[in-house]
Design a protein around this ligand. Sequence first.
Ligand code: URA
Length: 209
Amino acid sequence: MKNIIEITHPLVQHKITMLRDSQTSIKEFRELVKEISTLMWYEVTRDLPLKEITVETPIASAQSKVISGIKLALVPILRSGLAMAEGIESIMPSIKIGHIGLYRETETLMPKDYYCKLPTDIESSEAIVLEPMLATGGSVCAAIELLMKRNVKDIKIMSLIASPEGVKLIEEKYPDVKIYVCSVDKGLNEDGYIVPGFGDAGDRMFGTK
Ligand code: URA
């Protein structure tokens, strides 16, 4: 697992435990996903390029740094990636957001896109795919393929929890893609859920079943 960055910060780990708890309400669950994504973003953006500018403080001129020379785009996978995007937007309100909707084809069981709307300059942006659960890796692979078709060269994955199977698949197929996660859990069960995981992210976030 060479391309994986595990966010071990105590605040993040504490909130992941609260997410796992089956007693956590819909409201708390949504808030936790947003908060954890915001905290993870700190690590994802650690190496962004900076340039120095001059700014006038009430006291004097200061040489100070701003982010420069990079375009970022969030790409939440519908629907559970949306809360992750909301968390990140709260600290980067101008960030562009593309959306990818996928469903599982009944015959082949392969993910198929039903919606894909990306920023027009996506090919010159770094795209960060948001998917709370990197489970089998099928949806994330489909999202990466859609981005690659649009000539996106720089792709990162942000997931709250991953399975070792999902991580292995992404690492083998896309050795240049970095994966940011808070935990790599034990594995997948026969229904493709992460164990122990936190259940169905979409259902817990939106109160559906
Ligand atoms: N999708 C989810 O929402 N949960 C899992 O455990 C796996 C895939």
